[in-house]
Design a protein around this ligand. Structure first.
Ligand SMILES: *Cc1c(COP(=O)(O)O)cnc(C)c1O
Length: 364
């Protein structure tokens, strides 16, 4: 049997008509940037996240970077980021000239360990970026408490967790603002690059909107040296067409994850742990295994696609040599990098396919 790591085909088949309608509507209107589609999606997505405002952006990296910029974080400042995340989280910080300070995760959940945050705070610290990695919410109560006590901003990185909840509340509403990515492979994906910021702060919303639109508050009037990072009409229309299906697709991911967690009984494998307060949306289902590379080879030979999130931790990436963080300094992130394996997870996987993956893992 051939099971890819990810396939959009079942979802695209189901949404075929609504995506084509979305294209037709935009094409008929012949208006492509800053229009009714963007406005409608922003409204719908803010409602979905239970926040007051949403600002479309070109991608998830820009959403985070523009938010930090709007909060006046920059050169000389430090921002706390998890040592285990996609590199975009750190790039958003270094782009605006600030320094990332890495905090290790809880190896069971892969998410930032709140108990280690306070030790990383200095007088230069301006913000914390909790990343709700692989679709599971961070333990937000202690993070919010630490941020309040130390007068720090919280910018949530929600790129992998559209719709995940913590204590019954959707992620994206716990901090000052939150960045989302709509990269095609994310739980809510565009048909290209797209992103957004959500916030309850009107002043911040207006500043982020201006910063992503050449720093302009109205046409040809520029109050900031801004960027060009907007959500275009076509992607907004596609996202609006897909948003009503997001809950259903997340429920399906939870069903697949449930089958994996129950079915994988091989003692060589550790399945992900979910904290009691979190309802995850399983962007990624990551197992851990000491013989990870052999397991990957075994699964690939059986036709099962896999991936690693992420094979090289950020502090050991070539581009961050200047941070001078030696190998061994962040052992939990390094341990995850060498043991984590992501197995197929996408809307439309059949029971037969899920069981085939489980059997192949158990026979390793
Ligand atoms: C995908 C991702 C981003 C960046 O999103 P893009 O839309 O690709 O720029 C940021 N943070 C995390 C954790 C991500 O997974």
């Amino acid at each position: 049997m051939k099971i890819p790591f990810v396939s959009f085909l079942p979802m695209e088949k189901e949404l075929n008509n609504s995506l084509r309608d979305a294209f037709d509507r935009v094409f008929r209107r012949s208006w492509y940037i800053e229009g009714a589609e963007d406005e409608a999606f922003e409204k719908a997505f803010a409602e979905y996240c239970n926040v007051n405002y949403c600002v479309g952006a070109g991608n998830g990296l820009d959403a985070l970077m523009l938010t930090l910029k709007a909060l006046n974080v920059g050169a000389g400042d430090e921002v706390i980021v998890p040592s285990n995340t996609y590199i975009a989280t750190a790039l958003a910080v270094t782009y605006i000239g600030a320094a990332p300070v890495f905090v290790e995760p809880d190896i069971r959940t892969f998410n930032i360990n709140p108990n280690l945050i306070e030790a990383a705070i200095t007088e230069k610290t301006k913000a914390i970026i909790p990343v709700h990695l692989y679709g599971q919410a961070c333990d937000m109560d202690p993070i919010v408490k630490i941020a309040k006590k130390n007068n720090l901003y919280i910018v949530e990185d929600c790129a992998q967790a559209h719709g995940a909840t913590y204590k019954g509340k959707k992620i994206g509403s716990f901090g000052d603002a939150a960045g989302f990515s709509f990269y095609p492979g994310k739980n809510l994906g565009a048909l290209g690059d797209a992103g957004a910021v959500v916030t309850n702060n009107k002043v911040l919303e207006e500043k982020i909107r201006a910063l992503g639109n050449y720093g302009s508050d109205f046409k040809y009037h520029h109050i900031y040296k801004g960027n060009n990072s907007r959500l275009d009409e076509l992607q907004a229309a596609f996202l609006a067409a897909k948003l009503p299906y997001l809950e259903k697709m997340n429920v399906e991911r939870r069903r697949i994850a449930g089958m994996y967690t129950e079915g994988i009984t091989n003692p060589k494998i550790t399945v992900p742990y979910v904290i009691p307060d979190c309802v995850p949306v399983w962007h990624i289902y990551g197992i851990r295994c000491a013989q990870r590379d052999a397991l990957e080879k075994h699964l690939n030979q059986k036709g099962i696609g896999t991936n690693k999130h992420y094979p090289i931790p950020i502090h050991l990436q070539e581009c961050y040599k200047d941070l001078n963080i030696p190998k061994g300094a962040l052992p939990i992130a390094e341990e995850i990098s060498s043991t984590e394996l992501s197995i197929p997870m996408y809307y439309g996987m059949t029971d037969k396919e899920i069981r085939y993956v489980i059997d192949a893992i158990n026979e390793f």
